[in-house]
Design a protein around this ligand. Structure first.
Ligand code: ADP
Length: 363
């Protein structure tokens, strides 16, 4: 089996009885990348990971590692490392023996095992705890041992299923940084499952967003956030405003659009012909002003309903006739400080909005 190429998921589908949980998922995972499968609970992330691991057979489609078709290859012959919830550490074995276990199974010789265990425990910064039993470790330390064990035999791919879900916030943040460091150092391909958008954004090179078993978009975190292709992705990653819009005319490299009854400029791509469009504006792309700008372009007026202070910034929720409640972030210490109930003006740059087809919307 070649170890030097990408993993290709080709139109993978999975049924449980009559219930289809994966629909035609196609995805290339480049060697050495950190890809996260992100989606709400029940979207099919774990099922997809199990298909990759070889624990579940797909109902249709193919799985290729480099040129080799591994669709039917049993799990134990895939040479993939696993950090799954069900793959707890062996409680009766020391930390060192846990990490050595997959190497003994593979009949590595003793001196090579000893060196590798030492190397792996250093990698996860647990060399000093080699002789402890799992029960004598914290939750975060146990996860690091599980990671060392999964990486010890130099797998082609490491599959991780919500490995941090049981840890508290601070520990999760530490382990996220740790995991990224280990990924950079080893260059092994990581496929990571989470429902936590922040976790996906902070760790991954590529994020694949799933909804009801369908791949909604795949790309680097920045692309998904700044150029989502549909409303689901836009809403799943961060706060968003969707304003009712209409395409009026092409104008130079951009277009003229109508937003909540006002004519505006738009500089980004325009969806293919459809019934309607909506304009996605992130709250940080909207500026709250006391007056409409001189030229009056890309400005909606409304009344400030609620101002929520976060310390590093404030969230303004503004009621705009014809557009509903629009959220905008303001700096923590702005020059303009409207009171709740005041009239305000919301201004954005033509290049910051994203037009999405209305047919991709869900109610
Ligand atoms: P996620 O990991 O995104 O939470 P899952 O892959 O666990 O989603 O589940 C996707 C869907 O498949 C869910 O509707 C779930 O109920 C269903 N499902 C998962 N495993 C099985 C199974 N063994 N038998 C029947 N249905 C299953």
């Amino acid at each position: 089996m070649t170890t030097h190429d990408r993993l290709r998921l080709e139109r993978l589908s999975k049924h449980y009885g009559r219930h289809q949980v994966l629909h035609d998922v196609s995805l290339d995972i480049e060697r050495g990348s950190f890809l996260t499968l992100l989606g709400p609970s029940g979207s099919g992330k774990t099922t997809l990971l199990k298909v990759l691991a070889g624990f579940e057979r797909c109902s249709a489609g193919r799985l290729l590692l480099g040129d080799a078709d591994i669709t039917s290859l049993p799990a134990e012959r895939r040479n993939f490392g696993l950090v799954f919830q069900g793959y707890a550490l062996f409680p009766h074995m020391t930390v060192a023996n846990n990490v050595a276990f997959p190497l003994k199974v593979r009949r590595w010789d003793r001196s090579r095992i000893e060196a590798r265990v030492r190397e792996m425990l250093e990698l996860v910064q647990l060399g000093h705890l080699a002789h402890r039993k799992p029960a004598e470790l914290s939750g975060g330390q146990q996860q690091r041992v599980a990671l060392a064990r999964a990486l010890a035999f130099e797998p082609d791919l490491l599959l991780l299923d919500e490995p941090m879900s049981a840890l508290d916030r601070k520990l999760r943040a530490d382990l996220q940084i740790e995991l990224r460091r280990i990924h950079r150092r080893l260059g092994t391909t990581f496929v990571y499952v989470t429902h936590d958008q922040d976790e996906a954004m902070t760790m991954s090179d590529q994020v694949a967003v799933l909804d009801h078993g369908r791949l909604m978009q795949v790309g680097p975190p920045e692309t998904l956030y700044e150029r989502p292709e549909n409303r689901f992705v836009a809403e799943f990653l961060g706060r968003s405003n969707f304003l009712p819009a209409r395409l009026l005319a092409a104008e130079g490299p951009g277009s003229r659009i109508e937003v909540a009854g006002r004519t505006c400029r738009h500089a980004g791509p325009v969806p293919e012909a459809g019934h309607g469009v909506s304009l996605l504006l992130r709250p940080e792309d909207i500026e709250v002003r006391p007056a409409s700008p001189g030229d009056g372009w890309n400005c909606l007026s409304g009344r400030l309903q609620i101002r929520t202070y976060f310390g590093d910034r404030a969230l303004y929720q503004v009621e705009v006739p014809g557009a509903g409640t629009v959220s905008a972030y303001a700096p923590a210490r702005p020059e303009f400080r409207p009171a709740e109930g005041d009239e305000v003006h919301l201004v954005w740059r033509a290049e910051d909005g994203v037009l999405l087809p209305a047919e991709a919307e869900r109610s």
